[in-house]
Design a binder for this molecule. Structure first.
Ligand code: ZN
Ligand code: ZN
Length: 308
């Protein structure tokens, strides 16, 4: 089991409008204490602070598409960060038109922010890596909505194999060889005997991954794009009774989200982006419909921290 932090904080999980129960879409992926925001509906910055997250750790913001419920919180969030005098830089990943709007807004209201804003265009319909560091990649994949929309896939990189201290000692392995062994090398003893890597190390923990899918109609290409994902967030705007409306409006039902999770052989499914017509009982029905197809399903809720 890997112990590296890889969590998702749910900041908002309603669809088009805020309700008394939920804020509009917003999440933070916390990977080794680096924060990555995904979508930023109204109310996101308030939820961000209430969860004790730190602006100074937020380096990248990924926007799925240019509908207000995923975007309207962004100018406010960046303005607040400027008022707090946050330093460093923040990169906003979004479609070109959204970046243009945001830049105009920021130029008008915050002529000299305390931090640098990088505007990183995302290509509609593409599968591309938009972020990479030593431990993580973030890539895009297409979703199928009424307007161009992109999903984001966070993938932990494979880690090194933990060394077995007892076996290193037994074979008298010098310290200078240990790095190579962690990376998979065998050890050749001075007497010429080859000690295989598997005798010197434990298996590396399986890399974890998180996929964010909002908003999209049911499309099996989404399952192909997130094949084998550890944790899948998939919108579930409606229940079974609105199947036709879901397709018409470019959204999914909870059952369809579960079908994507099953087809992708995901580890677990998180539902969200609920229509405001659902109260607590309604959401419980969405959950029940999804669990008929994919039992390992939970409902997103503001304040929730999900371990990937
Ligand atoms: Zn939406
Ligand atoms: Zn939308």
């Amino acid at each position: 089991m890997s112990t590296t932090t890889f969590n998702v904080n749910i900041l908002g999980c309603s669809s088009a409008t805020q309700s008394s129960r939920h804020s509009q879409s917003g999440q933070v992926v916390n990977f080794r204490d680096k924060l990555f925001m995904v979508d930023c509906g109204e109310g996101t910055q308030g939820r961000f602070r209430r969860q004790g997250l730190k602006f100074s750790r937020l380096g990248h913001i990924f926007i799925s598409h240019l509908h207000g419920d995923h975007f309207f919180g962004l100018p406010g969030l960046l303005s607040t960060m400027a008022l707090h005098g946050i330093g460093g830089e923040v990169t906003v990943h979004a479609f070109e038109e959204g970046l243009r709007l945001l830049r105009d807004w920021m130029d008008f209201f915050n002529r000299e922010p305390s931090f640098r804003i990088n505007y990183a265009p995302v290509t509609p319909g593409a599968c591309e890596t938009v972020y990479e560091d030593a431990g993580l990649t973030v890539s895009t994949f297409p979703l199928y909505h009424r307007v161009p929309c992109t999903g984001y896939l966070f993938r932990e990189k494979p880690s090194c194999r933990p060394l077995r201290g007892d076996m290193l000692e037994f074979h008298n392995v010098p310290v200078s060889e240990r790095r190579a062994i962690k990376e998979g090398a065998d050890f050749v003893r001075p007497d010429g005997i080859v000690v295989p890597n598997s005798a010197l190390t434990h298996p590396a923990p399986a890399p974890r991954s998180y996929a964010y899918c909002s908003d999209t109609m049911f499309d099996t290409r989404v399952a192909e794009a997130v094949e084998g994902v550890t944790t899948l967030y998939h919108e579930s705007t409606y229940g079974d009774e609105y199947l036709a409306m879901a397709r018409e409006r470019g959204h999914s039902t909870a059952r369809q989200a579960a079908e994507i999770a099953r087809a992708a052989r995901a580890g677990k499914l998180v539902l969200g982006h609920y229509s405001k017509r659902y109260d607590a009982d309604g959401e419980a029905r969405l959950l029940a419909e999804a669990r008929e197809v994919f039992p390992d399903t939970i409902l997103a809720d503001e304040g929730m921290v999900i371990k990937v």
